[in-house]
Every structure is written in structure tokens, then in C-alpha cells.
Design a protein. Structure first.
Length: 249
């Protein structure tokens, strides 16, 4: 009986010790990943601004942001290069991404010096995709990943600006409606994914709620077969799309 009580006591002590270790270790992992995500966001913010300047072909400011991007990524690599967050430790894309980002930044810089703004944009856009792919492979999603998906989904809808709907096609109404609904769905998911400080921000609310308000005109477009109205709606949506990418992508 005494031995049985002793074993139970040892088990109880072991459970308490294990619980204490887990409680003390878990915040460290969370903070580690949070710090890494914050460091990535700092670099990504310069990437976004550089892309914004490229839209207006502002070479000097775009190159300045590329310098800041490389410096920020260098600081990240120094801190996390040999010690990835636990959530990314087994991710084969981790080291690949650490190398890929500065290489693409250098490529963008070279393209700018050659006057190839289109290729520079492609390099910087590829950085967004690379970061998102790395995170998603480890089951991690941040707002920037959702915005990237939003941009891709919106591109399908904005395609009607270059090739207006052909209303003689019987499937045209359902096709347009489906693409609009897809944009709305991703917008709602981005709203839910955003940190509370961002979700309550007036600028973010204007972009998300403005997207929904513009999409609300799509049923009217379908009812009236009004391509001029669609063009105006798509102009509004394009502005929201660009601003979401510039600010949060």
C-alpha cells in the first residue's frame, strides 16, 4: 500500500513539473514565432512600399526602399538564420526563403538600373509569394498571406475590365457572380485574420467595407447587362485592391 501511495505521489509530482515546464516553454515558442513574424513584416513593409513606387515608376524612392529591405532582411538573417522558430524548424523552405528574398531584391535593383520596371515588379512580387509559401507550408497564415490571395482572386474579377462580359453567353451571369462572390469571401476572411488593432483601424475598414459596398453593385450589373457600370465598379475595386496590397500585403 505504501509503495502504491508513493508511486501515485511521484506521478502527481511529475505531472506538476511537466505542466510547469510546458507552461513556461509555450510562451517562449509563441514569442519566438511572433518575433520572427514581426521581423519578416518589417522587411515586407519595405517590399510593399517599393512595389508602390514602381507603379508610379519612381526609381529613386523604389531603390531606397530596396536598400531598406536588404538591411532589414540582413538583420533578420543574423538573428534567425541559424535558429529558426520552432514552428519553422522542419520546413525545408525556410533556408531556401532566407536566400531567395535578398537574391530577388538584388535582381529587382539590377532591373531598375536597366529601366525594366516590369521585371523589377515581378521580382518583388515573387518575394511576397515566397514568404507566403514558406509560412503556409508550416500551417502559418498572417494577414499578408490573405491579402496575397485577395489580390489573386481580385485579378480574376478585374479581368472583365480588359475583356468586358459577353452577355450573349448564357453562362456569363453566373460566371461574373461567382467571381464577385469569391472576392467577397476572401475579403471577409482577411477581415477575420487581421489583428484587432488592424481590424478596428479606419483605413483597413474603409478598404474592406468599401470592397463589399462595391461588390453589392454586381447584381445590378448582371440585371441590366451594364458594362459601363461594371467598369466603374471595377475601378473602385482596383483602387481597394492596390491599397490593400500596398498597406497590408
Amino acid at each position: 500500500m505504501a509503495n502504491s501511495q508513493l508511486r501515485r505521489r511521484h506521478i502527481a509530482i511529475a505531472v506538476v513539473v511537466l505542466s510547469t515546464l510546458v507552461a513556461s516553454f509555450t510562451p517562449a515558442l509563441t514569442d519566438d514565432l511572433s518575433d520572427f513574424n514581426a521581423a519578416v513584416e518589417d522587411a515586407a513593409s519595405h517590399n510593399r512600399v517599393a512595389l508602390g513606387y514602381l507603379r508610379s515608376e519612381n526609381l529613386d524612392l523604389a531603390m531606397l526602399e530596396l536598400e531598406r529591405l536588404r538591411a532589414s532582411w540582413g538583420a533578420l538573417n543574423e538573428r534567425f538564420g541559424a535558429k529558426p522558430p520552432d514552428a519553422l524548424r522542419e520546413n525545408p523552405r525556410y533556408t531556401e526563403t532566407l536566400i531567395d528574398v535578398p537574391m530577388r531584391a538584388v535582381a529587382a535593383d539590377l532591373m531598375l538600373q536597366m529601366g525594366r520596371f516590369d521585371l523589377a515588379r515581378n521580382s518583388l512580387q515573387a518575394i511576397r509569394v515566397s514568404l507566403s509559401t514558406m509560412r503556409r507550408d508550416s500551417g502559418i497564415e498572417v494577414l499578408a498571406d490573405c491579402v496575397l490571395e485577395f489580390n489573386a482572386t481580385m485579378a480574376m474579377l478585374l479581368g472583365y475590365d480588359d475583356a468586358p462580359p459577353d452577355w450573349t453567353r448564357t453562362e456569363m451571369p453566373s460566371e461574373l457572380s461567382t467571381r464577385a462572390e469569391a472576392v467577397e469571401k476572401v475579403a471577409r476572411r482577411c477581415d477575420a485574420r487581421a489583428p484587432e488593432s488592424v481590424r478596428s483601424n479606419a483605413e483597413f475598414r474603409r478598404l474592406i467595407d468599401g470592397t463589399s459596398a462595391s461588390l453589392a453593385f454586381i447584381p445590378k450589373v448582371i440585371e441590366t447587362r451594364d458594362n459601363d457600370l461594371l467598369h466603374r465598379v471595377l475601378g473602385e475595386l482596383r483602387a481597394f485592391d492596390n491599397l490593400l496590397a500596398f498597406r497590408y500585403g
